[in-house]
Design a protein around this ligand. Structure first.
Ligand SMILES: *Cc1c(COP(=O)(O)O)cnc(C)c1O
Length: 371
């Protein structure tokens, strides 16, 4: 491979991550609740977009608090943001207190057992160590039950409790009665911790009419361009752009099939363009189907559908309706970006935008711009 060749000449798909848009999204979310601190959820490699680059860009504009899923992810953040506050959402792994404390990570404690283990380790080194406490108000995933609030307050006397939190089940559906019920339950849990800072809002929670913003916001998806309000236009900027080169074009007759298992058959003489990306890059194999429209790519300004099964390294587009001379080998087409957002692509693939982002593959050539 020629290292000095332009990206287009290296044939693979290109993922461009716009750090200026990421930062603008963080500012936008922060501005919706200016009395609260806006943190950033950067778990799963910042939703697939790159934790190090994202954290550097966000820390540079004043983001001080980050949430990751695991201690391992936390150590990566610590390496690029030495002064940041880093919470680990999976909490305290059994026997993991020493490692967490050494990297100055704060577990999001989710049981009396975890609180006691963190407190005991703190006692053993003569320090109350900081941690968050998570209540489960309806997710039934991770977190203390409300009935344990008093016992948690007692167990937490050996812990420097820097945050109490809970997590919404469906804040993107603003009218769902569960949102109000969760807010009420969180209020009840908080009564056992007077004065402790609180955090309830993921991306969608920030947009709820009740404004349950509390002290710390925890957006993830919206930072990366996902729509936190799916029943209204997306208020966020697109962050990720995925482009792939056309490797070849061909005409086929009506009645010929395309791709593995021949599940798509041309109804008319059809011009195809073969792109150099596939499920081996994290592009969903399950496109269209079940009455869903197929995902599209933008070729010379026109939307063209993916036809046939997605291969490991290839997808085929129907480009019949694009003027003949406007489609050519080496041309770059866009599959995800400002026009085709992550929510649209997900809908057409029968999945959620979160999965589209976190599966963005290692094989893409990654280009970071702005910041
Ligand atoms: C992932 C996660 C978030 C961020 O949610 P988004 O919907 O991506 O904004 C916030 N809090 C917790 C506990 C999470 O697990």
């Amino acid at each position: 491979m020629n290292e000095t060749a332009p990206a287009e000449a290296r044939a693979g798909a290109i993922l461009t991550i716009d750090l200026t848009a990421l930062v603008a999204n963080w500012r936008r979310l922060a501005a919706r609740a200016s009395a609260s601190e806006c943190a950033a959820v950067v778990k799963a490699d910042a939703y697939g977009l790159g934790a190090e680059a994202s954290v550097r860009a966000l820390a540079a504009v004043g983001c001080r608090t980050f949430f990751v899923a695991t201690a391992g992810e936390g150590e990566r953040i610590r390496a690029v943001a030495p002064r940041a506050i880093v919470y680990v959402l999976e909490g305290l792994p059994r026997g993991g207190a020493r490692a967490l404390a050494a990297a100055r990570l704060r577990p999001v404690l989710a049981s009396l057992e975890e609180i006691r283990e963190w407190g005991a380790f703190g006692r053993s080194i003569g320090r109350r160590l900081p941690a968050a406490l998570q209540f489960d108000t309806g997710m039934n995933r991770l977190g203390l039950a409300l009935r344990d609030a008093e016992a948690a307050a007692i167990a937490a006397q050996d812990v420097d409790l820097t945050l109490t939190m809970s997590h919404f089940v469906c804040a993107q559906w603003t009218d769902d009665p569960r949102n109000a019920r969760q807010i009420a339950a969180f209020e009840e849990a908080r009564r056992a911790f007077p004065g402790a800072p609180a955090s309830l809002c993921n991306s969608s929670g920030i947009f709820l009419a009740q404004q349950p913003h509390y002290d710390v916001l925890r957006p993830g998806y919206a930072l990366y361009g996902g729509n936190p309000t799916p029943s209204a236009p997306n208020p966020m900027l697109s962050v990720a752009r995925l482009e792939a080169p056309i490797l070849a074009t061909r005409w086929i007759e009506a009645g010929e099939s395309v791709g593995y298992d021949g599940v798509w058959t041309a109804a008319r003489p059809t011009r195809l363009a073969t792109l150099g990306l596939g499920y081996g890059d994290g592009f969903p194999a399950a496109v269209g189907g079940a009455g869903r429209p197929a995902p599209e790519a933008i070729v010379a300004g026109r939307r063209c559908p993916i036809v046939g099964r997605v291969s490991m390294d290839f997808v085929m587009l129907d480009v019949t309706d694009v003027p003949e001379g406007a489609v050519y080998r080496g041309q770059t087409v866009e599959l995800l970006g400002e026009t085709i957002g992550v929510d649209e692509l997900a809908l057409r693939c029968g999945t959620i935008g979160y999965e589209i982002l976190t599966r963005l593959g290692r094989r893409y050539e990654r280009v970071y711009i702005g910041g």
